[in-house]
Structure formats: structure tokens, C-alpha cells
Design a binder for this molecule. Structure first.
Ligand code: NDP
Length: 253
């Protein structure tokens, strides 16, 4: 394990909370150099301190940035410190689902924010990182999809499902993997089921009762369960490609 990650440089979007935060902690175990992106600088600083307390030699670069802003993303990637420019693993994790509403009740603002973050944001970050990966003929692009992009979970999911379906389509069926077929750049799509993070609270517009209803009948996964799969996927020998992983709790499977 260590062999691959001793020199790895990882870039994780949405690293200030939940699955991204757990992923950063998981990579830190393997001496990875970390580039952590999110909008909330104070949360990134808190995570940085937490990692440094446990693994004092970790090199960590934090960037306060909104993935919906293409120019800002291009600038962040172009201005990385020299020793972090060659990104080995990109974890496209930033994502939201706001509103738990019937389609006709979702506001235009919610629809736009969801699609722009989950679809456009992912494309912008990938566009910024990919050229150097192709040049080096090496790298992992890990995409945080959702099981909701593959199967309907009923009420209140249409916009979020649409955004995650788009991710699935563009990472798998269509071009990206085909564009990369002659390179050693791999694409892994992970589709988590329900994971216990702030995501659910945000989605419920801050109503804590929501998660009780949402999770009734099963235990959601822990963010660490997904983080371990990210590291596992990135850590396969270079001739092995895991293209998709569905990661669900027992009751959801
Ligand atoms: P959280 O809400 O806990 O974390 C989301 C992260 O994304 C935060 O770090 C947030 O940081 C970041 N983020 C959101 N919008 C932006 C933006 N515009 N620019 C930069 N960063 C942004 O959610 P999870 O950890 O649960 O979710 C992570 C991913 O996993 C998402 O893509 C989600 O769709 C997916 N997923 C989650 C499931 C779940 O049940 N939790 C199930 C299936 C998939 P900040 O606010 O500081 O910008």
C-alpha cells in the first residue's frame, strides 16, 4: 500500500466535510501530499490541523474555492506549489442535494446550484487536472456519483438523481473513459448509498427530523466506509482498472 502513496499527490474537492474529509484523513495515513478544496476555509484549516496532529509530516495545501467557478479552479490548479503540480489522484467529491421536494416545488436556485456543483463543477476540475495527467500518462480520476444516479429512490430526488446520472453517463458510457483508453489515466466511479454526513441535513433545509425519516429502516454508512474504497481504487496496480463500485449498507443493497 505505502509504496504507491508515499509519493502520491492527491487533490480532493469538497474536502471540508463528510466523505471528502474522511478521504483526506485516509490518504494521510499513506504519506500522501494533499490538496484540499472547498468553500469553507475555516473547515479546511480545522481538518489540516487534525491531520497534522496525527501525521505531522504531511504536506497539505488548502484552497478556498467554489467548484462552480471555472476561472477560479483554473487559477488554483495553475498556481499550485511546484512540488504539488503533478497530481496523481483527483477525487471529484464536492456535491450537494438541496431541497427534498417534488419536482414542481424545487426552486430554480436549487436546481441551478445542484446541477452547477455536481455536474459543471466536476467537469471544470477534471478539465484543469487532466492535461498534466495525460502528459505524464498516469493518474486516477475518482468520481463520487450516487446510487441515486442509477436507480430512483422516489420522492424528492429528481434533480439530484439527474445530476448524478449525468456524472455516470459522462464518466462511463461516453467519452471520458474512451478518450483515455490509450493512456494510463484511470477513471473510477463510486456510487455510495446513504452515508451519514451533513449532506442529509443540508438537503432537508436544516430540519433534523428529516434524517430520522430518511434513514428509517436502515443504518446509513459512515464516511470512512467510502473513503476506504477511494483509497482502495487508487491503490490498485497500474494494470488494474476498477471502473465502478456501488457501496451500500446491507439494507439498501
Ligand atoms: P457533505 O455535505 O458532508 O460535504 C460536501 C462537501 O462538498 C463539503 O466539503 C462542501 O464544502 C463541498 N462543496 C459543496 N459545494 C461546493 C462547491 N460549490 N465548491 C466546492 N466545494 C463544495 O456531503 P457528503 O460528504 O455526504 O457528500 C460528498 C459527495 O458524496 C457528494 O458528491 C454527494 O453527492 C455524494 N454522495 C453522498 C451521499 C450521502 O448519503 N451522504 C450518498 C451518495 C453520494 P463547502 O461547503 O465548504 O464548500
Amino acid at each position: 500500500l505505502c509504496q504507491i502513496f508515499v509519493e502520491a499527490r492527491g487533490d480532493c474537492t469538497g474536502a471540508s466535510a463528510g466523505i471528502g474529509e474522511a478521504t483526506a484523513l485516509e490518504f494521510a495515513k499513506y504519506n500522501s501530499k494533499l490538496i484540499l478544496l472547498a468553500r469553507r476555509a475555516e473547515r479546511l484549516q480545522k481538518l489540516k490541523s487534525q491531520i497534522l496532529e496525527k501525521y505531522p509530516n504531511t504536506q497539505i495545501h488548502t484552497c478556498e474555492v467554489d467548484v462552480r467557478n471555472k476561472q477560479a479552479i483554473d487559477d488554483v490548479i495553475a498556481n499550485l506549489p511546484q512540488e504539488l503540480k503533478d497530481i496523481d489522484v483527483l477525487v471529484n467529491n464536492a456535491g450537494i442535494a438541496i431541497g427534498f421536494e417534488t419536482l414542481e416545488n424545487q426552486t430554480q436556485e436549487e436546481i441551478q446550484a445542484t446541477l452547477e456543483t455536481n455536474v459543471n463543477g466536476l467537469i471544470y476540475v477534471t478539465q484543469a487536472v487532466l492535461p498534466r495527467m495525460k502528459e505524464r500518462n498516469s493518474g486516477d480520476i475518482i468520481i463520487m456519483g450516487s446510487i441515486s444516479g442509477q436507480q430512483s429512490h422516489g420522492f424528492g430526488n429528481s434533480i439530484y438523481s439527474a445530476s448524478k446520472f449525468e456524472i455516470w453517463k459522462s464518466s462511463h458510457i461516453s467519452s471520458l473513459r474512451k478518450e483515455l483508453v490509450k493512456t494510463k489515466v484511470r477513471v473510477l466511479l463510486i456510487r455510495p448509498g446513504s452515508v451519514d454526513t451533513e449532506f442529509t441535513l443540508n438537503r432537508s433545509r436544516g430540519n433534523p427530523e428529516f434524517s430520522k425519516i430518511y434513514y428509517s429502516g436502515y443504518e446509513p454508512l459512515d464516511a470512512k466506509d467510502i473513503a476506504e474504497c477511494v483509497v482502495f481504487g487508487a491503490n490498485r496496480p497500474t494494470n488494474v482498472v476498477i471502473s465502478e463500485l456501488n457501496v451500500l449498507s446491507n439494507a439498501q443493497a
